[in-house]
Design a binder for this molecule. Structure first.
Ligand SMILES: O=C(O)CCC(=O)C(=O)O
Ligand SMILES: [Fe+2]
Length: 340
């Protein structure tokens, strides 16, 4: 018996989780199983359960926001914070030098700072958006869990070096199940400076989308690009109409706009035609997509929730140092969001 055979119980157990890589899990990546509908069944079950959980979270947002989200897969709110509060928040975040993590993809750096107890102590204006019922309700409903998201300050620094383009500029779904990301932009975002871009309505699991998922699952992992093989399926913009989808919407928006989206929907970062810097409060939430209930998350407890990012980075550094599992988030020491 080879070593991989010993791992099969683990691979099988992962089928009941958010595990998504067609390359790293031979069951998820098995053409024989996917011909029998393994991938499409996971997709359909996860979507049904998310719909059920969302029905229990609908009271957290206004009927208008719920209708907009159910139709488009995102909600956009301009002038989200009162102007004076927004300026205070933006100035404090842009000036704060703090421990940063950089990930380089192609010619672009994504930089993250954990919004942890130290960050909130230094930038108390952050308490306002984090406690805002609109922020809280939209993120919970879109993510289909009554859960505190992980919150970061994130900056996108484009054209930092001569390299191939940023891979996030290709349209993709982050994973096979509904999941939430949120952006509160602290800087104005121009149309040609890497705006977040989303295909309206592409969060819905239509028969055409399910057929496309089936076809992709038969090609992966060998017959698709690297990130599709890892479970974030890429799609050419020219293929969107064949799924009944309309033109993408680029969020070229003024600072102080909040966008909350379901990144099962197809999205990308628009290209940047010149070196540009986008800074945002960025939130992300994910749990096991097969849970039949929305609440009961022990890690959402105040006091624990704000510490999860630090723990996660420390754990990944530890694995990386032993050569067990690489991770792309380099500790680059203290930085401000915009410095290159
Ligand atoms: O930052 C963006 O504009 C989108 C990047 C992306 O694909 C993601 O965050 O999942
Ligand atoms: Fe993405």
């Amino acid at each position: 018996m080879n070593a991989r055979a010993l791992l099969y119980p683990l691979y099988a157990a992962q089928l009941a989780t958010g595990a998504k890589s067609f390359r790293d899990n031979p069951l998820i990546g098995s053409p024989a199983l996917n011909r029998r509908g393994l991938h499409t069944r996971r997709v359909a079950l996860a979507h049904n359960l998310a719909g059920w959980r969302r029905s229990h979270l609908a009271h957290l947002l206004s009927p208008e926001d719920r209708a907009a989200f159910d139709r488009d897969g995102f909600v956009e709110k301009r002038d989200f914070l009162p102007p004076a509060l927004f300026s205070t928040l933006r100035d404090a975040v842009l000036a704060r030098r703090a421990p940063a993590r950089d990930m380089v993809q192609g010619d672009t750096i994504t930089r993250r700072f954990a919004v942890d107890p130290a960050y909130i102590r230094d930038v108390p204006a952050l308490r306002a958006p984090l406690a805002d019922p609109v922020w809280r309700g939209l993120i919970r409903y879109a993510g289909s869990f009554d859960q505190e998201p992980l919150v970061y300050v994130q900056s996108i620094l484009s054209h930092v070096r001569d390299a191939e383009p940023d891979p996030q500029t290709a349209f993709h779904a982050d994973t096979f199940h509904p999941t939430v990301k949120a952006w509160l932009f602290l800087t104005d975002v121009a149309e040609d400076e890497g705006p977040f871009t989303y295909v309206p309505g592409s969060h819905r699991l239509t028969p055409a989308r399910l057929a496309w998922e089936q076809a992709m699952s038969l090609k992966a992992p060998g017959g698709v690009d690297r990130l599709s093989a890892r479970g974030s399926f890429r799609i050419a913009e020219s293929d969107l109409p064949s799924l009944g989808l309309s033109a993408p919407r680029a969020f070229a928006v003024p600072a102080n706009t909040l966008v909350v989206g379901d990144t099962f929907g197809f999205h990308a970062r628009g290209p940047s035609v010149r070196p540009s810097t986008r800074v945002e409060i960025w939130a992300y939430g994910r749990r096991n997509p097969f849970l039949p209930f929305a609440g009961l998350d022990p890690l959402s407890t105040a006091g624990l929730a704000e510490r999860r990012i630090g723990w996660n980075w420390a754990w990944r550094d530890w694995l990386h140092a032993r050569g067990w599992k690489g991770h792309p988030w380099r500790d680059v020491g203290p930085k401000t969001p915009a410095e290159r």
